[in-house]
Design a protein around this ligand. Structure first.
Ligand code: THU
Length: 129
């Protein structure tokens, strides 16, 4: 799947976001190492800290289906600004990132910018396995 369609998928899936508290609907779509595509949405909770972001929902789906790494991940929201992954998601993306992983950040006009993980998480914390 090309970048443009991955962004479209992230944008389409955000209708399923469960965001009654923030009313900020986020969708994510990723390509796993197998080539399969997985989507995710943010899922909020009345205990706010239990909220899971769209990116991590998609990553949990992919890893639990047997993917080992991520080649690309797209993020979409209703905002006219480009939506960037939060700090926790940056660290979780790092855990499963292919060396050349790309992060596609889009705005509500369907425009997107292509980033590397290093753009968002330089000098990242890693711990030897
Ligand atoms: N959110 C995401 O889903 N992804 C991000 O990268 C940023 C934040 C969600 C979490 C919460 O449901 C809402 O956006 C407002 O923070």
């Amino acid at each position: 799947m090309d970048y443009e369609n991955l962004v479209k998928l992230a944008n389409d899936i955000k209708k399923n976001a469960y965001a009654p508290y923030s009313n900020f609907h986020v969708g994510a779509a990723l390509i796993g190492n197998s080539g399969k595509v997985y989507t995710g949405v943010n899922i909020e909770n009345s205990s706010y800290g239990a909220t899971i972001c769209a990116e991590r929902t998609a990553i949990c789906k992919a890893i639990s289906e047997g993917e080992k790494s991520i080649k690309a991940i797209a993020i979409a929201s209703d905002s006219e600004d480009y939506t960037f992954p939060c700090g926790i998601c940056r660290q979780v993306i790092l855990e499963f990132a292919d060396k050349d992983l790309v992060i596609l950040c889009s705005n509500n006009n369907g425009k997107y910018k292509v980033f590397s993980l290093n753009d968002f998480l330089p000098n990242a914390f890693v711990f030897e396995k």
